[in-house]
Design a binder for this molecule. Structure first.
Ligand code: NAD
Ligand code: ZN
Length: 378
């Protein structure tokens, strides 16, 4: 079973990727605590627990964990949710022996990690990511936190889990659109650092998209390796880690322009990656054939919801992105499949041209709006 060690200056932990992991969750928690007494607190949301809770509780047998809930959805990734969970932990008698288990997608993971960072000045936690995005991205790297009205992820801390246990079986109940959107982060990983992963995604699209266990395990493991490798070299995002933002500069602008309601994050990243690829072509960093290959793979893992926004508005929004407030905008560009660079001299005109090209492609390809589905999620 794939197991990857993430080593940073402040932590070292294992990311295990396999089907059927939740059956061994209690034994793995015990091993992670190395014989020390501990009390497990599972943090999840009712929807996910409704699908998987029975199986998790069955694995625990007689020594049942305490289960705490937060409502699903990005709008609950807020300090008031954290406060409510902290109070529930205290009321349940949690002390320094508490071991938190984040059982959910990125929202549950980010909130639980933050909860673990601040409860009694820090208790350990384990990530059990249940979405593709959480398995390949949000559960690893130690970024935890919540949103403010002023912007996403503005409050939080770096706090690594004891381990990440990614059970690919959990993806069986994930809505198809969530799977496809999460896979855009895997495509990104391929573009920036792993040509083999990129080729695998090209050659095995059908198996991956249909949820084939072997294919998904392969893709999750390869994507995790890319992120673990990048984070190991730049834990606090002072340089290299920025390449993980491929497609995210315009992707975040698209999310902001549509009030975070119309597209899933990965879909916005898909469109943003198409624009970034175009910019790479415009600068002569990649050739047309490479640019087409990237664009076609992104669209193959769609359909990406479409949206209405003027290119000029998207460009304007890139400057208010939290990562660009210092004035110089960092823009990740492709050099070839498997390699990217961070450019700090991308002009507004270049972004405008790339965004316009991307919007034109969207109109030509007739992407379907899926706002209805997104509403259901909230
Ligand atoms: N910490 C980081 O480094 C990092 C990186 C990327 C993203 N993020 C954060 O991650 C969040 C997005 O995560 P996400 O895409 O997982 O969204 P999410 O947590 O909102 O989950 C998406 C939806 O899927 C449902 N769900 C989860 N697991 C399921 C399963 N197995 N079966 C059926 N339904 C399931 C959830 O209830 C929710 O409705 C954002 O808040 C983002 O800021 C954090
Ligand atoms: Zn992302």
């Amino acid at each position: 079973m794939p197991s990857i060690q993430l080593k940073t200056p402040s932590a070292s932990y294992e990311i295990v990727i396999a089907s059927g992991l939740i059956k061994t969750l209690p034994a793995r928690l015990k091993k992670l605590r190395g014989g020390k007494p501990f009390r497990p607190f599972i943090v999840t949301s009712p929807e996910i627990w409704g699908l998987w809770g029975k199986q998790v509780l069955a694995a625990f047998g007689k020594e049942q964990p305490t289960v705490l809930f937060l409502p699903a959805g990005e709008k609950h990734k807020r300090l008031r949710t954290v406060e409510s969970l902290l109070e529930q932990m205290a009321a349940a008698g949690a002390d320094r022996d508490a071991l938190l288990v984040a059982f959910g997608g990125g929202v549950v993971g980010d909130v639980t990690g933050f909860l673990a960072a601040i409860y009694m000045r820090g208790v350990p936690y384990v990530q059990v990511p249940t979405t593709l995005l959480a398995q390949v991205d949000s559960s690893l790297g130690g970024k935890t936190g919540v949103n403010l009205a002023a912007g996403k992820n503005l409050v939080g801390s770096f706090y690594h889990p004891l381990a990440v246990l990614a059970d690919t079986d959990l993806l069986k109940t994930l809505p198809a659109a969530e799977l496809r959107a999460g896979l855009q982060e895997s495509i990104k990983a391929g573009i920036i650092r792993d040509a083999k992963l990129f080729r695998y995604l090209e050659a095995n699209a059908e198996a991956v998209l249909s949820g084939d266990a072997k294919a998904l395990t392969h893709v999750v493991a390869a994507s995790v390796r890319v992120k673990a490798d990048v984070v190991a070299n730049d834990e606090r995002e002072s340089g290299l880690r920025m390449i993980l933002n491929y497609g995210h500069t315009l992707g975040h602008a698209i999310e902001a322009a549509t009030q975070y309601k119309q597209l899933l994050h990965g879909e916005a990243v898909g469109w943003g990656s198409i624009a970034a690829t175009r910019l790479g072509l415009m600068r002569g960093l990649i050739d047309e054939a490479t640019s087409n290959r990237i664009t076609e793979l992104i669209l193959r893992y769609g359909p990406l919801s479409d949206f209405k926004a003027a290119a000029a508005k998207l460009v304007k929004l890139t400057t208010s992105d939290k990562k660009n407030r210092s004035g110089t905008l960092s823009f990740v560009l492709p050099v070839k499949i498997g390699e990217a660079v961070i450019a700090r001299d991308v002009t507004q005109d270049e972004m405008l041209a790339a965004a316009e090209w991307m919007l034109k492609l969207m109109r030509e390809r007739g992407a379907k709006p899926t706002a209805k589905r997104s509403k259901k999620r909230k």
